[in-house]
Structure formats: C-alpha cells, structure tokens
Design a protein around this ligand. Sequence first.
Ligand code: SF4
Length: 289
Amino acid sequence: MADSVRELAGAFKRFLAAQEEDEFLTTAAPVRAAVSTPAPAAPAPSTTGELPPMAADSTLDISFVHQHEPTAPTETSTMNKADKTRALAELAQTIASCTRCPLGATRLIAVPGEGNVNADVMFVGEGPGFDEDRQGRPFVGRAGQLLDKMILAMGLTREKVFIANIAKCHPMTDPLHPEKHGNDRAPNAQEIACCRKYIEQQIAIVCPKYVVALGGVAAKALISDAKSLGALRGQFHTLHLDSVELPKPVQIIATFHPAALLRNPNWKKDAWIDLQMVMDKLGLKGARK
Ligand code: SF4
C-alpha cells in the first residue's frame, strides 16, 4: 500500500514537472491510469453493420462541433448493400423520433435523406424547407426541382445519387406558424452541432466518392467553419468527420445551393463549373475535357 502511494506521488511529481508536450503525454498517462476509475466498457463493435445506439440525451451538444475525436466504431468498411440499407433505415427511424434540439418540437416530419446506398455522389444541403417538412423527403420543392435538373445535367439521376441535409428537421423563422410560406431559415450553430452526427453517419455508411455541399451552411459545417463559400468553392477538399471514421477517403466540393441559384441565376455558370469538376473525376459524359 505504502509502495503504491509512493509510486503515485512520484508519478504525480513527474507529471507536474513535465514541460514539453511529449513529456506531458508520456507522464500524464500513468498518472491518469493510477488515479482514474475504470471507464465503462465500450459497446462491442457491430459485426452486422448495425449502428451503435446514439446517446439518449436531449441537451444541446455544442462541443460536438469539429472535435475530431472519432467515437464508437461504426463498422462501415465491410458493409454490403443490405447492411447499408438496414443501417440507413435504422438511422432514419432514430431521426424520426429525435428531439435532441428544439427543431424536433416544431417539425411536421423529419427528413433523414434518401437515395442510392451505393451512390458515387452525395448532395448535402442545409435543412428541409416547407415542402420537405410535409413530405419527409429532401429537396422536393422548387429548389429540389432545380437540383434534379443539375443532377440530370451531370448525366446522373436522382435514383443514382444520395441526397440529404445537415439538419434533419425544418428550421423556421416563426415556429409558431408552420403553415406560413417563406418561413424557412438556415439551421443555427447549436442545431447543426446537435444534428451533424446523423449526416456524418450517413456519409460513412454510403461512403460516396464525392460529396457536393450545397450552399455555405453545408460547406462550412462539413469543410471549415472559418471560410466563406467563395473561398471553399472550385476545389476538392478531403472530408474529415468528427464522430465516425470513413472506410475510405472521401472528397468534398462546395457549390451554390439551388435556392440561391433560383434567386441569382447568374451564379448557375459557376455552379456548373463545380459540378463539371465532379463529372470529370467520374468520367461522366459531358464532363469538361
Ligand atoms: S434537427 Fe436533428 S438534432 Fe434536431 S431534432 Fe431534428 S433530427 Fe434531432
């Protein structure tokens, strides 16, 4: 007993004396091991492709933003089509009853996302609007019709891609009157922090070759909090997720949100340049040579 107390005191002294980061790391570890209580056992990794259950908290989890600390393993690397379909369906069920942020209290229907589980391209917007809130499907309003045209222009179809949003429930400027048109807004930082775990799991499950972030909110949430859409556009970025590890590297490119293109048709030319970059990579017909 006396020996272990002396050992602990010595380790603690070395811990306090450590100045350099490397030395801190090597000395802090045994101190933490000596003074901490055993952590609860982590859930066993799934061998069936099932997702580990999400924490059943209803509080805001702001600290979730860009922690880059992958959590419990989501076994996405060995998923076949059936595994992916099952995992996405289970995630959609979780989202349907989610109340992790205040949007859960005002939405009509949650909008998890939909599409081809083996898609090469995944489009990610910011959040559902009026029409999506009523149908439970992403991009089905006017902006969605334009997105359909953009997808067709790429030589793809809606059935070949996966479409989702960062926030799964309709953010409203006036949540007391969900029947009003023109009541849409972008999700705020707290709502994104609460919800991003879902889009990250969807990306990890589908594991597309390319993610196209539609609009500044999605681009900043998935690529960088700091830069504007203008600074992020026109180049591929390597996607890093906070809550799950990707089975293989995924590239992400940012472009304008279709709703912004409806308001500013002059931007369509630049959006098309962005999409052509993806087409080039995938060898799609019509891609710029
Ligand atoms: S927006 Fe996301 S985190 Fe908030 S209630 Fe809906 S599903 Fe849950």
